[in-house]
Design a protein around this ligand. Structure first.
Ligand SMILES: *Cc1c(COP(=O)(O)O)cnc(C)c1O
Length: 401
């Protein structure tokens, strides 16, 4: 027998095709069949006229979903975190002041990236499960001027929505640009980049847009673009330098990196599906199916972390009842029903489940399937649900909202 340390390629080590899942976690969501089909179209070069035309189409469609006319509207190669890193590394220089609103895992990630860029970071934490407290942010700013105010629109770790209008007012008072994480909001809930005067907004391809993961839509206001142009030093990341990327997407189409035509074809298709459905119809669909799911969960005696007025329809954080084993329930949902839901992050680990109804995943069959599967899983935990969640959801649909 060989004792070689070479990795083995034993047959069966990798399944020939991945298992079929129902993705009801905090992302990724299930891509539409048309998106997967688009992915398998022939590859073209990153400077092929067809590719450049595709990029133009994507910009135009992204402008629509972001509700923005910003010329700097792109989809970066990389996941949502690439958009976060790009927004911050293009706008911040060492020593700049950044005020970061943290009310969950992703706000903390923004603060960490600001710190790594050498900024003076002022973090204001609110309790996980609450929205950020604008008065506390104002107090912490203590009348100083800031380069950036940063916040998360839809905090996926807690299922909490942050109202961006008072954040804009605060940023104006501090002379700051407003950077917004819209990774879980784009395509699910209202997001009005121009109307709300947001300066730098980024998202991802795999949540509300139901594309595959790997691309990060981003948009910069005129003011944010000017701020990048006025930098003293060059952007510390070559790959995420928006000055260079804008020369690939626009004007001269200068080579910067080998953008994947297949992934952009998939994103173009996902955005076409959004446009075909209509943005407001899509938002309404998320609201409706979330209401039905919430009715079902309530009937089963399950409680949600976020108050109704700050609750995200597309991502519900459900409190795990005492005595119920988090991992065992999620394991059962996955093995017996093929359903993926999320667990809690940070201080909420073991205390919540996160159920996502995002993009293509927000439909009636998924609501009923999730409720039926949870009922079985809770039964097996010796937790008899109070009433039938599926029936309660059904009643909600029958009543029509
Ligand atoms: C998922 C998520 C991210 C990170 O996106 P990736 O695509 O995983 O890199 C950032 N912010 C929020 C709010 C998210 O939900």
């Amino acid at each position: 027998m060989s004792s070689s340390a070479r990795p083995s390629a034993a047959p069966g080590a990798f399944p020939a095709s991945p298992p079929s899942r129902v993705l009801l976690g905090p992302g990724p969501s299930d891509p539409a069949p048309q998106v997967l089909e688009a992915l398998s179209r022939p590859s073209v070069g990153h400077l092929d006229p067809a590719m450049l035309q595709l990029l133009d189409t994507i910009r135009e469609r992204l402008g629509h979903v972001f509700q923005s006319r910003n010329p700097w509207t792109f989809a970066l190669s990389g996941t949502g975190t690439a958009g976060m890193e790009a927004s911050l590394c293009n706008l911040l220089e060492p020593g700049d002041r950044a005020l970061v609103a943290v009310h969950g895992y992703f706000g903390a990630r923004m603060a960490e990236i600001c710190r790594r860029l050498g900024a003076q970071v002022e973090i204001v934490e609110s309790e996980w499960g609450q929205a950020s407290d604008v008065a506390a942010l104002r107090h912490a700013a203590a009348g100083r001027r800031f380069k950036l105010v940063c916040c998360v629109h839809a905090e996926t770790s807690t299922g909490v929505l942050m109202d961006l209008v008072p954040m804009r007012a605060l940023a104006d008072e501090l002379g700051a640009l407003l950077v917004v994480d819209a990774v879980t909001s784009l395509g699910c809930i209202p997001l009005d980049v121009d109307g709300w005067k947001l300066d730098a907004v980024y998202s991802c391809s795999q949540k509300g847009l139901s594309c595959i993961s790997g691309l990060s839509p981003i948009t910069f206001s005129e003011r944010a673009r000017e701020s990048v142009r006025q930098r003293r030093a060059s952007v510390p990341s070559f790959y995420l330098d928006l000055n260079l990327l804008s020369e690939y997407w626009g004007g001269a189409h200068a080579y910067h990196h080998t953008a994947s035509s297949n992934m952009y074809a998939a994103l173009g298709e996902a955005l076409r599906l959004v446009t075909e459905e209509g943005l407001s119809a899509r938002i309404e669909r998320h609201r409706l199916h979330s209401k039905a799911l919430q009715a079902g969960l309530a009937a089963m005696g399950l409680e949600l972390l976020a108050r109704p007025d700050i609750r995200l329809p597309q991502l519900l954080a459900v409190r795990i009842p005492d005595g119920v084993d988090d991992a065992r329930v999620r394991g059962r949902l996955l093995r017996n029903f093929g359903i993926e839901i999320g667990g809690g992050l940070g201080p909420l680990k073991g205390r919540i489940w996160r159920i996502g109804l995002m993009g293509q995943g927000a439909h009636r069959r998924n609501v009923c399937l999730a409720l039926a599967a949870l009922r079985v899983a809770l039964h097996l935990e010796e937790r008899k649900p109070r009433a039938d969640g599926v029936l309660a959801a059904d009643q909600m649909y029958a009543d029509g909202n």
